[in-house]
Design a protein around this ligand. Structure first.
Ligand SMILES: [Zn+2]
Length: 610
């Protein structure tokens, strides 16, 4: 992916007014200076989604998503930053950087883009060819019959653009050659292969039902071919190509992403047929991992659209093991996991054929939290009647529990585990602490810090929030804060980091306003910033009074907290030298606080009217 220059990004952003880009996708109504509508990122009946055209950002007061126009497109279409910028550039008719440049690197880039474009075209050509064979070809009758027998109707065949690769040797290859594609391109796109003796090029998929696989923008990038009847292998997939990395794709996410986003929920299944059958039964918020267990990249992709997943893997042992592995991967991404427990030998496809959509709906509604399921699944493998077995089970469960930061959540799992094993919670807790210490030791030696799960949205104090809003909105306020307030006085860590970043820009003279700043931020921090900008009313002319007020409050809060901390230390400290130092600091802070109060009284102006 090309790296764009700041100037280019800025040009693209300015050329794409946020209200237009969002307005093309969400119905917006005027509400004062802003526009409002139903949030596209969660399901709602009354609008809590706001777009501020003058500020160039959007924010949802219910699900707390927010950002600028580029971030909106990333979120809405599930695109990467670069993809979103490219799409907006195209929308505004701006030539994409690198396409026009004359440098060597740009030439390479242009060549690579052109090659990629050819591969997309090959895949599209193949997809349409397979589809025609299925829907209208004489030979496709066998595949149509097969699909009907499995309960896949014509509407689903069309919606999922299913196809048929007839028996034969090189029919697609020959047709593609006639359409002007070279053998090298066909092989690179994965639809053709060269024979072992190197003399001929022939079709990869023969006598198979074809499932096209898309990227998030809806380009066909690969195929899966299923045997009709019996044969090996049951599924044949495209190889990895410049367009396709299997571990990064979820099927058929580009068709189901909107439903997933709106429900805030996805059903995760294993196979292509599972996904199609589920969608056909109106479980349109479905994705398939198309492999035994979910990969980290897939979980990451899914997290762009939802933070709650119901796993509906096969009920057999392999499926159970895949479930346990996938649960770990999902939790790692901060996704809430539930399980729709299928019985041995069942998968969603067979379940729906035998028992119908209503029964599956029941299953989804009564999906169980992952934890009890996990314990049962482990008990099936580990004999927990012996202390050694109990220990083994605990170790496996600790690996998951330790990822939660919230002590209440952790404690809850500890209690459940204790109850399950019939031992005291204290014992489990001690075991967990030991496990965590060991894990910390190992981490220190190696790999770096593991990502924690379930971190709460950082809570800001009202004064912290107001100060940030003032500084972000108004360069004058930024200048004033920079000379009168040190970021250290912010006790919320995220707020402090944000302010430090803003200060750094100001100090270098490169502060370009909050919209440009939003682009630098992680999704979570961007949402925090747009949230507080949406909440805190504009101080307008009164910015200086408002800011001085915030600064005074924040200094006070900080001194109060420090004084409390030092008093606490004083209670337990034995060392006399330390006590003397603490006393000194304590007096200093108390004096500083009093000075501030005095000054505050002298300069107090209008309060509360922001
Ligand atoms: Zn929302």
């Amino acid at each position: 992916m090309a790296r764009f220059s700041d100037e280019f990004i800025e040009r693209v952003r300015v050329a794409n007014p946020i209200q237009d880009v969002i307005g093309e996708r969400v119905q917006l109504k005027k509400a004062g200076k802003s526009l409002k509508g139903l949030c596209p990122f969660h399901r709602e009946k009354t609008p809590s989604f706001f777009v501020a055209p003058d500020k160039g950002f959007y924010h949802c007061f219910s699900c707390h998503k927010g950002g600028n126009v580029i971030q909106f497109l990333m979120e809405f279409e599930g695109l990467s930053f670069g993809e979103a910028v490219e799409q907006l550039a195209r929308r505004a008719g701006i030539a994409i950087e690198g396409d026009v440049g004359a440098g060597v690197r740009d030439e390479q880039l242009v060549r690579r883009r052109a090659q990629q474009q050819r591969l997309y075209e090959v895949c599209q050509f193949a997809q349409q060819w397979y589809e025609r064979e299925l829907l209208t070809g004489e030979r496709g009758a066998v595949a149509r019959e097969y699909l009907r027998g499995r309960g896949v109707g014509e509407a689903a065949m069309r919606a999922f653009r299913l196809g048929y690769a007839p028996e034969g040797w090189d029919e697609l290859t020959v047709a593609a050659r006639k359409a002007g594609y070279r053998d090298e391109e066909l092989m690179m796109a994965g639809v053709s292969v060269r024979s072992e003796d190197g003399t001929s090029v022939y079709d990869r998929f023969r006598g198979r039902l074809i499932f096209p696989v898309w990227d998030l923008s809806g380009n066909v990038i690969a195929f899966a071919g299923r045997v009709i009847g019996v044969g090996e292998p049951k599924y044949l997939n495209s190889p990895e190509t410049p367009l396709y990395t299997k571990s990064r794709v979820l099927y058929p996410l580009h068709l189901t992403k909107r439903a997933i986003q709106q429900r805030g929920l996805a059903i995760l299944c294993e196979g292509y047929m599972d996904a199609i059958m589920l969608a056909q039964h109106r479980f349109t918020y479905v994705v398939a991992s198309c492999g035994t267990a979910l990969t980290t990249d897939q979980a990451h992709l899914l997290k762009r659209f939802t933070s709650k997943v119901i796993v509906a893997y096969d009920g057999d042992r392999a499926g159970q093991e895949a479930t346990v592995r996938s649960v770990g991967v999902l939790l790692e991404e901060g996704i809430d996991v539930f399980i729709a427990p299928l019985e041995g030998g069942e998968d969603p496809d067979s379940f729906l054929r035998e028992r119908g959509g209503e029964a599956f709906r029941e299953l989804v509604e009564h999906a169980v939290p992952f934890f009890p399921y996990l314990l049962e699944a482990l008990r099936a493998r580990i004999d927990v009647r012996t202390p050694h077995g109990q220990r083994e089970l605990c170790e496996q469960v600790f690996a998951l529990i330790t990822r939660f930061e919230d002590p209440l959540v952790k404690g809850g799992y500890v209690n459940q585990l204790a109850g399950f094993l019939g031992v005291s919670p204290g014992l489990i807790e001690r075991g967990l602490r030991e496990y965590e210490e060991r894990a910390r030791g190992e981490r220190r030696e190696g790999e770096g810090v593991m990502r924690k799960v379930g971190t709460a949205r950082p809570q800001l104090s009202a004064a912290e929030e107001h100060l940030l809003a003032l500084v972000l909105r108004d360069p004058q306020a930024l200048k004033h804060a920079y000379t009168n307030f040190s970021a250290e006085f912010l006790r919320n860590e995220v707020a402090r980091k944000l302010l430090e970043q803003v200060y750094a820009y100001h100090a270098r003279g490169t502060w370009r306003g909050v919209e440009a700043f939003l682009l630098e931020l992680s999704e979570e921090h961007a949402a925090l910033v747009t949230g507080l900008l949406a909440r805190v009313p504009d101080a307008g002319e009164q910015w200086r009074e408002a800011l001085d007020d915030c600064i005074a409050t924040l200094h006070n809060e900080w001194y109060d907290a420090e004084i409390a901390r030092l008093r606490g230390e004083l209670d337990t400290e034995k060392d006399e030298e330390r006590i003397r130092l603490i006393m000194r600091d304590l007096q200093l802070y108390q004096k500083k606080k009093q000075d501030r109060v005095k000054r505050l009284v002298l300069t107090a102006g209008e309060q509360g009217e922001w």
